[in-house]
Design a protein around this ligand. Structure first.
Ligand SMILES: [Zn+2]
Ligand SMILES: [Zn+2]
Length: 369
């Protein structure tokens, strides 16, 4: 089968090869899945460029890719799942947890200390076939288009970031309108948020946000460029939008110190910050910890992965009830052969999400039933 392999510990096309690999054999507790569609995640970009942040996790040669959907091809000897059959349309949670640590045994498997990620620590989904533990396979319905099935991992991050609060009637600020910020905006609108405020440093991203809101007839989007406008002015505008109290909830998607501090500045007293963006280094300086964290009595919640499996359940409910995120897929390719081109377009921010169909979109579509 064709697969995208991190072939050497170097940056760019020289370190990633699209090549023939043997089709994996499912272990006793694994299911082999024929990949219908796979998306590029920010993590894959770090693998492609061999950034320091992922060097400890990936040992070349490694097939990467962890956002995908496909069809059940074969079950391992013991890999029975009630109601699952060959040909079923599925995705999978690619964080594989130990099931034994304190976190796992208290319903918090998403923060398992021994998490292994397929597509980093084990072979992943940029291939015609991928094997995953049977317990991690998620059955999908016809309400999940293939292009969305390809990015459920990322959508799950956005759902996890928003599911810690009831968004109905709330003012929500999203700092960073990349793919996850964009999906978070869609979730906020779908969930009845009264106001969605988007900040970014790219006019392009803000334009995408405005076009999305217009397409939804959503009048309560306010988009601000926090690079070209004065922060104090933007804060004043947001204050006016929220009736002088500040926003109920901040979804921090950028990892930038400036954005984190801005979020703390605009959140209301007793508000909530859902923090998902990763800073370039490991540290962030909080400008006014006394006033903006302690005196404001805010709650800071770090978001990692997806809750297993309440985030998946919620995500599928949202999609079933009409949540539309297909528009974030802005480039598709009908083979893995064009992986380098797809990555280049993702790199240049020409597409919020890039999706590959290893056997072509039409052929994959024909397998849906
Ligand atoms: Zn990812
Ligand atoms: Zn564990």
């Amino acid at each position: 089968m064709k697969a995208v392999v991190k072939s050497a510990p170097i940056d760019g096309p020289a370190g990633t090869e699209v090549r023939d690999c043997p089709v994996p054999r499912p272990g006793p507790d694994e299911i082999l899945i024929r990949v219908a569609a796979a998306a590029i995640c920010g993590t894959d970009k770090h693998i492609y460029h061999w950034d320091p942040s992922i060097r400890d996790s990936v040992k070349p040669p490694r097939i990467y890719g962890h956002e995908f959907c496909g069809f059940i091809e074969e079950f391992g000897e013991r890999a029975h799942r009630e109601g699952f059959a060959a040909g079923d349309y599925v995705s999978a949670e690619m964080h594989v947890v130990c099931g034994e640590c304190v976190q796992c045994r208290s319903g918090n498997g998403h923060i398992c200390a021994r998490t292994k990620i397929y597509g980093l620590h084990e072979d992943g989904a940029y291939a015609e076939f991928v094997k995953v533990p049977a317990s991690n396979v998620i059955k999908l319905g016809p309400y999940v288009p293939l292009r969305v099935g390809a990015l459920l991992d990322a959508l799950g991050n956005a759902v996890h970031a928003t599911q810690i609060a009831d968004l109905a009637g709330k003012s929500v600020a999203i700092t960073g309108f990349g793919p996850i910020g964009a999906m978070a905006a869609a979730i906020a609108e779908h969930s009845g948020a009264s106001t969605v405020i988007v900040t970014d440093i790219s006019d392009n991203a803000l334009e995408t946000a405005r076009r999305w809101a217009a397409s939804r007839n959503f009048a309560n989007l306010h988009a601000f460029n926090v690079k070209t406008s004065d922060a104090a002015e933007v804060k004043k505008a947001i204050n006016a939008i929220t009736g002088g109290v500040g926003v109920d909830m901040v979804l921090e998607m950028s990892g930038s110190s400036a954005a984190i501090n801005f979020g703390l500045d605009i959140v209301r007293m007793g508000g909530l910050l859902s923090l998902l963006g990763l800073p370039a280094g490991h540290s962030v300086t909080i400008n006014d910890y006394t006033r903006n964290v302690i005196f404001k009595g805010v709650t800071l919640q770090g978001i990692i992965g997806r809750r297993m499996y309440s985030t998946w359940q919620r995500m599928l409910s949202l999609l079933r009830s009409g949540l539309d995120v297909e528009w974030v897929v802005q480039a598709t390719f009908d083979s893995l052969q064009e992986f380098h081109e797809g990555m280049a377009r993702f790199d240049r921010h020409e597409a919020l999400k890039v999706v590959f169909f290893p056997e072509g979109e039409k052929a994959a579509q024909a397998r849906l039933r």
